[in-house]
Design a protein around this ligand. Structure first.
Ligand SMILES: *Cc1c(COP(=O)(O)O)cnc(C)c1O
Length: 356
């Protein structure tokens, strides 16, 4: 390495233009950033025994308008896996949609952290589980040679950008209740679901039978961190030991919890999510004006899923756009973030118009 190479290596890499590949391409929202800075003011007790963590948990109890047990972990895979492990024994099974993150994107972590609980997959339109499917799978077998169904996991907003309404969740709850199953919600994009529905957070959680929610902070403008919110507080028994054993107990916990205070205290979490949803709605509307495109799912949150011709996908990439194409053949996913601007959407739409 010569001297000028060293200068280059020391410089910060230039940022990308704002992209649509994932909502985790974005940086920190100002509220999370400011709270991190405030939490950096001096010394503070460790392992969650601090005022920031207390305040973040209290704010979550305010947001959900109920007493609940709250924990902070580093990421969504850990949140889901540990929450599901707290619902199940190793000989149990968890029912989820076949596109669920816990099945497709967690490298078997839910099975690993529960010591072998099996994940059973259900089909369903729009990325959602139909209550009748729960009954069908549970009814298939009740003998002791089959892993005993113990939990249902729903994702809200779903992996394909749709949203479960309070009534849809209550219909699932009526099945889980009658079948003795726990209800887990993967809320990596919970804020986008609440913003989309315009409901109170309680209406799609404990008032719809959710026992435990994994509430995503990362995709909503934090650097890192998800909260695990137990409405069924019995399930939270010894959860701190699960977190510690899994390597998920942050020693400088205040840097996981302070950003929650930042985004919750004056509603930034919901404003940012509503903004991301509005940007996706803008892109969805622009796409509908264009030929040779086919929407794949109803746009209800911050993602747009569309089928494009292969040549157009290549041409869009050649113009520098980054996006995923993992839903079937030709299915493209465009995710909007808290910091996506209308002009970003318009630039993408204009390039789409040019390549279609
Ligand atoms: C992003 C995401 C998660 C969390 O993923 P991590 O990379 O483990 O933080 C969980 N569920 C869904 C549906 C997601 O999109």
């Amino acid at each position: 390495m010569n001297a000028s190479d060293r200068t280059l290596a020391a410089a910060a890499p230039p940022p990308l233009r704002r992209q649509f590949a994932s909502d985790n391409y974005s940086g920190l929202c100002p509220e999370a950033w400011t709270a991190m800075q405030e939490a950096n003011a001096g010394h503070c007790p460790s392992y969650g025994d601090d005022a920031w963590t207390q305040r973040a948990a209290d704010l979550l109890r305010e947001v959900f308008e109920t007493d609940c047990d709250v924990f902070f972990v580093f990421n969504g895979t850990a949140a889901n896996s540990l929450a599901l492990a707290s619902c199940c024994q190793s000989y149990h099974s968890i029912l989820c949609h076949e596109l669920a993150h816990v099945e497709t994107d967690e490298c078997g972590a839910p099975e690993f952290f529960s010591n072998g609980t099996k994940v059973l997959l259900l089909p369903g339109a729009e990325g959602k589980i139909a209550p009748s499917e729960i009954e069908r799978v549970v009814g298939k077998r009740s003998d002791l040679h089959f892993p005993k169904p113990r939990a249902v996991s729903v994702t809200n907003a779903t992996e394909v950008g749709t949203v479960y309404s309070p009534d849809e969740l209550k219909a699932i709850w009526s099945k889980t209740k009658s079948l003795g199953l726990r209800l887990h919600m993967d809320g990596a994009r919970f804020a986008n679901a609440v913003a989309s529905l315009g409901c109170a957070p309680k209406e799609i959680t404990w008032q719809a039978g959710v026992d435990v929610l994994c509430f995503g902070g990362t995709k909503n403008g934090m650097a890192v961190g998800e909260s695990v919110v137990f409405f069924n507080r019995e399930l939270a028994h010894e959860f701190e030991w699960r977190c510690k054993q899994a390597g998920q107990l942050a020693s400088k916990m205040r840097f996981l919890s302070a950003p929650w205070v930042g985004i919750l205290k004056d509603g930034a979490w919901l404003r940012h999510a509503a903004h991301a949803n509005a940007m996706a709605a803008r892109l969805d509307a622009a796409l509908r004006e264009l030929p040779n495109t086919r929407p794949l799912f109803t746009r209800e949150a911050n993602g747009v899923f569309v089928e494009l011709p292969a040549a157009a996908i290549g041409a869009l990439r050649a113009r520098g756009w980054l996006f995923y194409t993992f839903i079937g053949a030709g299915g493209c996913r465009f995710m909007c973030s808290w910091d996506t601007r209308p002009e970003d959407v318009d630039a993408l739409a204009s390039d789409l118009r040019a390549v279609l």
